[in-house]
Ligand binder design. Structure first.
Ligand SMILES: [Zn+2]
Length: 433
């Protein structure tokens, strides 16, 4: 089964690619009409049609690639170039032109922040490689190990700061998934975002990608949204993942990745049990691992955020235990708002909610594995130049204050607008000027 089949049942009412299932298109402007339309050779089509039915349009993709050499995004005039990719399996898809992400309209699927606003820039070309076939990721942890070899003490390697990272760790992979599926962004033109939309977008971006020389779609199980009518199919898909992916064979312990929303973490006799939203089975971790994860991903484990509609996303590296339980080897966790926008603290969840309610278009820059990188807490993409949002929640920590000064100097040098919120005070007005 291809990822697109898993992601996009045809009778689903929503159009996941644009988040705008309820968009009435009532403003009738050319901007709205042209949003998410692309041109392939002499044909102009909505992007979601090409994504959902890529195989039906294979001949058109091939012709555009041969005759023009690229596709075109119609969100701007003149149109912007798009890369036409074809995976080894023969599935076509479109990607933004390198270095031109910022030029797209903030509501366009190909819009990206400048490279200095993402942790992705800290990797070497071999860690995340993009070419005409798709994206190739070199993951820091092995996806299989010989049972005769001793178990490594820690699954993820922590590359050194100060030079390009040559592998992507679990948190880096989670942030890459989120950012490339544009789940770090929000635009008022999008009316809602559910797990159904997240799953569809993630599945689209995973198709054609590889990780440590394996298809990412095989190595990674993105928990599908629960729908009663698809429950049996989803259970079967997970069984297939367990058996074809995780079952030991020929003296090799195989590993896989599971991505989903963490619903609950409860103690067991030997450690903890994670339950995921939309998913029936549980995942098990040792107490020692659970303690390390709580230290590493403090905001995701704090109780404060739940009051503001926040959720927790987990990317789990898993094995199958001898008793066929799903055993967590490592995990990266991420706090997100109710609309699945990443946040570094519960205060940032409050700010993300305020920005959405204030009708703002914004992006949350993500650090990937670079814990020392400094970015604005949010970037407002509805002003030109972009403006920034800073949430000041911690006091009296020298390293933090130092970073704050560096950030402020940067904004001043950019002549950019800045919304600041010291969380000891009430939240400022964030509506557009
Ligand atoms: Zn565009």
């Amino acid at each position: 089964m291809t990822a697109s089949e898993a992601a996009a049942p045809r009778d689903e009412p929503a159009r996941p690619q644009s988040d705008d299932a309820n968009n009435t298109g009532d403003n009738g402007t050319s901007r709205s009409d042209r949003a998410d339309r692309v041109q392939l050779a002499d044909k102009s089509l909505p992007l979601f049609v090409l994504r959902e039915h890529a195989t039906n349009y294979a001949a058109l993709f091939a012709r555009a690639r041969a005759e023009v050499g690229h596709g075109q995004c119609l969100c701007q005039t003149p149109a912007l170039r798009l890369v036409i990719r074809c995976s080894r399996a023969g599935r076509y898809h479109l990607a933004g032109w390198p270095g031109e992400g910022e030029l797209h309209d903030p509501s366009c699927s190909f819009h990206k922040l400048a490279s200095e606003m993402t942790g992705r820039d800290a990797y070497s070309a071999e860690a995340i490689r993009e070419d005409d076939e798709g994206v190739t990721i070199r993951f820091s942890a092995a996806l299989a190990r010989k049972l005769s070899d001793p178990e490594p003490a820690k699954a993820s390697t922590e590359p050194r700061e100060g030079r390009a990272r040559r592998t992507v760790g679990l948190l880096g992979l989670l942030h890459w998934l989120w950012e490339s599926a544009q789940l770090t962004a929000w635009h008022p033109r999008w009316h809602r975002r559910s797990w159904w939309i997240c799953h569809a977008r993630l599945s689209e971006h995973i198709a054609g990608c590889s990780i440590n020389h394996e298809d990412l779609a095989d190595a990674l199980y993105v928990v599908p949204p629960f729908r009663k009518e698809y429950a049996r199919r989803n259970t079967a898909a997970f069984e297939t993942f367990l058996i074809t992916r995780l079952k030991q064979r020929a003296g090799t312990q195989r590993r896989g990745l599971i991505l989903g929303e963490i619903r609950d973490i409860s103690p067991t006799r030997y450690g903890v049990r994670y339950t995921l939203a939309h998913h029936r089975g549980a995942l098990f971790a040792t107490t020692a691992l659970d303690e390390r994860l709580r230290r590493s991903y403090r905001p995701a484990f704090s109780n404060a955020a739940a009051e503001h509609g926040a959720r927790r996303i987990g990317l789990f590296l898993v094995e199958l235990s001898p008793k066929d339980n799903v055993k967590v080897v490592d995990m990266a966790a991420m706090l997100v708002s109710g609309l699945y926008i990443p946040a570094d603290s519960s205060h940032e969840v409050v700010m993300a909610n305020a920005l959405t309610e204030g009708g703002r278009a914004y992006v949350k820059p993500v650090r990937y594995d670079g814990s020392n990188l400094v970015f604005p807490d949010f970037v407002l993409t509805d002003t030109q130049p972009h403006s920034y949002v800073e949430v000041y929640g911690i006091h009296g920590r020298e390293s933090y204050d130092q970073r704050k000064r560096v950030k402020q100097a940067y904004y001043q040098s950019q002549d950019a607008g800045l919304i600041e919120w010291n969380v000891a005070e009430s939240i400022p007005d964030v509506r557009p000027p």
